[in-house]
Design a protein. Structure first.
Length: 346
């Protein structure tokens, strides 16, 4: 019989509340013959204050044993900025080689967008997750002096680009419109830019059905706001991807519904799924947080593990629930969870 062995990291702030609902929906939707096992980990601000640790080698050994990881949110104002981001989130992405950072954007019916005229938004950004300027490749010379020099060198390997580009082509190939855009800045960043462009062109020969285009990142921000319906799949580097996916979330309903996957496609290490929103300490513990982004992250997790029909059922449930909420008084985290459980089981 089948099983799903999940590492659960509720984390800080609203992480606890939204993950609880995500797990309810997961149990409700899983077929009877799939045995769900979960193990909770206490990473986050509390553990950092108690032990000074963010994520140890021993923690990684434990996490490795799971099929996937569900994360709520890590971060708290009591911890200096950057400590948990680098020590936990980036460490996990690098250690588990999460090179495909998958961030879908779909404007669901009834969800508000700041854009005029309810455009059709349905695209996915494949953000490279282990290279670019995120590797810590740089340094400061003469720090603290008027002659300080800081470098932050973007690292781009042919190996790293090719694997994420191929993944993006495969995703484009599997979608009805079969379109893929490479977003970079190769008019200025000629070294990295041309490596990306050359590999993008070469890998494209394996996917003759996919229509491709190249777009500079600055132009992409304009098109995302003025003509978001033109996008299907976007592939880009780590930093450009960080920036345009916040914009993508903003135009497609905000971080309340944005889901993401930090994926290791080979399955060598477990992939990690998380809502794009943070820990929102200002509303933590009040039952006000919308669990939809976490629930949609659970859908990405299920799809990654091959449970496509269950993933689709969750997405339909969230979509229907959001549509039903229009004009209604705000519901609590738990009430939204109740409604979603009813929908996926009904
Ligand atoms: C994200 C976040 C992280 C990133 C930070 C918290 C390190 O902004 O997941 O997009 O820059 O990747
Ligand atoms: Mn970001």
């Amino acid at each position: 019989s089948r099983s799903l062995n999940l590492a659960v990291i509720p984390g800080d702030g609203i992480g606890q509340e939204v993950v609880a609902q995500g797990l309810r929906i997961l149990s409700a939707v899983l077929p009877q013959d799939v045995k769900l096992e979960t193990k909770e980990y206490d990473f986050g601000a509390r553990r950092y204050h108690a032990t000074g640790e963010t994520l140890t080698d021993a923690d990684l050994e434990q996490l490795k044993r799971h099929d996937a990881i569900l994360l709520g949110a890590i971060g708290d104002p009591s911890v200096p900025s950057g400590v948990l981001e680098r020590g936990f989130l980036l460490r996990l992405r690098f250690a588990f080689d999460h090179h495909v950072n998958l961030r879908p954007s779909k404007l669901l019916p009834g969800v508000e967008t700041p854009l005029a005229g309810q455009p059709e938004i349905d695209f996915v950004v494949v953000r490279e997750g282990t290279e670019g300027p995120y590797t810590g490749n740089g340094g400061t010379i003469r720090p603290g002096t008027p002659h300080a020099v800081a470098t932050e060198v973007s690292l781009n390997t042919a190996f790293g680009i090719e694997r994420v580009v191929r993944d993006a082509y495969a995703r484009a190939q599997a979608r009805p419109r079969k379109k893929l855009a490479l977003v970079h800045k190769n008019n200025v960043l000629v070294h990295a830019g041309h490596l990306w462009t050359d590999i993008f062109t070469k890998v494209g020969e394996e996917f003759p059905e996919v229509t491709t285009e190249y777009m500079h990142v600055d132009a992409a921000t304009i098109h995302l706001v003025t003509r978001p319906e033109r996008f299907d799949v976007i592939v880009t580097d780590n930093l450009f991807g960080d920036i345009i996916t916040d914009l993508a979330a903003a135009i497609s309903g905000g971080i309340g519904v944005a889901a993401s996957g930090n994926i290791n496609p080979s399955g060598e290490f477990p992939s990690m799924f998380e809502p794009v929103h943070g820990s929102a300490p200002d509303i933590a513990g009040q039952g006000k947080a919308d669990p939809s982004a976490t629930v949609l992250s659970v859908a990405l997790l299920l799809r990654h593990l091959g449970h496509e029909s269950e993933a689709a059922r969750i997405e339909e449930a969230v979509s229907a629930d959001l549509a039903e909420r229009v004009g209604e008084p705000a519901r609590t985290t738990e009430e939204i969870g109740d409604a979603l459980v009813a929908r996926v089981t009904g």
